[in-house]
Design a protein around this ligand. Sequence first.
Ligand code: SF4
Length: 503
Amino acid sequence: MSGAAGKIEVPAGARVFVHQAFTCCPYAAMITAKIHDYFEQNGCTISDHPEEAAISVINTCGFNASRSEQALRSIRAIRKRAPTSPLVIAGCLTRIERGRVQEALEGVPAWVMIGPGEHGTFDDLLASAVLQFDEVQSNLYKDRYSSGDPRLGLYQVLVSTGCLNTCSYCVIRQAKGTVSSKPIEQVVAEVERGLELGHRDVFLVGDDISSYGGDLGVDVVQLLDRLTRGGGEGRFSAEAFEPSRFIAHLDGLLPVFERDRFSWIVLPAQSGSDRVLEAMNRSYTVADVRDAVARLKQAAPGMIVSTDFIFGFAGETAEEFEASIDLASVFDYANFNDYEPRPGTPDIEIAAEEMERRKAVVNALLRKQGGQVQVLTRNRSVVCDWWKDGDSPMVGRRAPTRWAVESARRLETMVEAGGAALASGWSVTRLKADLDRVMLLATHEDRDDVMEFMVVRRDEKAPCMAFSDDYNLTLVSDEAVDRPDEERMAALDALVDLLGMRC
Ligand code: SF4
């Protein structure tokens, strides 16, 4: 257990508020779903409001600075709404920035931190539990928490956590430790259960699947061979394989991929420069990666091989950055993350303007990869067919999208925590999901005046008044734009703060 204060006892049948303070991490989103299922399957009710709940559980991520801030903001917001409620803080941030989490919990009557691999602690909180946490089977995201995640609806099987590597930029290892693998037959049983339930796409998840089995005396070749031997209906995709261990097993893996049961794998190259790879403590070369992708394409021409890059690490030069852009072209698509220093990792050595220039280059590349970036992870085997036809099925919807509904709920939490008042007599009086956006209305207490705002999914290219990692905020009511008086400006600034955004 990563720390506790006071005693938490969740009564049988209690109402429990569960909050996911991030987007994007396959592992953690599954843990949120499992926490939800654990309490529900043990007779508790999942509440929409922390004020009504016996406890609040917040699942966190610490992968980068912005996710940490998002998690700490959520803790503060939920504390404001339910000041006496016991709090359970789960997830990687409890390990990566434990001190800051503890600070945010100061004054909370009872709290407990539950880090990765410590989920058995939930059984200590719920004395009436008939099902232990580890017995709960959760293989699907919940749209309540992951509505905006393109992996929603995919059947997921966690094969391992942690890894055997020591990449110098990484904090995941700090949070999860060395590899902990699920026995092969347990993975096979979970996959078969998914196929029996009618799922045809199985997504294998692990921080580094190449490290699989290092703690069990088996390896990734044995796992994937067992899953694909003898044919069968399901198709697989897998995220992610650290290249040096993947390449060490490649001779054994190629015959497995030749069975054409994999739609997609993720092989994070991270850099197109051998000097930067060395600084990252990644023990392979760019030539190794090129060779591995070429051999994969030969063995499984229909399989999508995608990758991740980090740019701006270890004083990466403009030429080294260009080398990553160049290496990206050997993959079906590449995802790029700008390097953000984390506790215990090197500082950034590149000027902010140069990072902005590189972000622009990266965005241009992602745009060139087109709509497929959005749909690629939605339903992989189907997407592979669309990919081949170069056609994108994304169409509009009449009813608010799940993303809009979920975002409206999150923004509402922030607005309510701040009390909805802005400045100079202005306050937020309406907030609702509308198609694929959230609309906010601010009115003035003394005069017949309104300002209308639109919140959409973050797009770095699109002009906006303010933004956060997930959203763009735009002022849409013309007169406010045309005649911004001082009071309005104060109210606009207050709204930006309230929503945790920046200009
Ligand atoms: S393989 Fe992945 S999880 Fe492991 S240390 Fe490297 S980046 Fe971190």
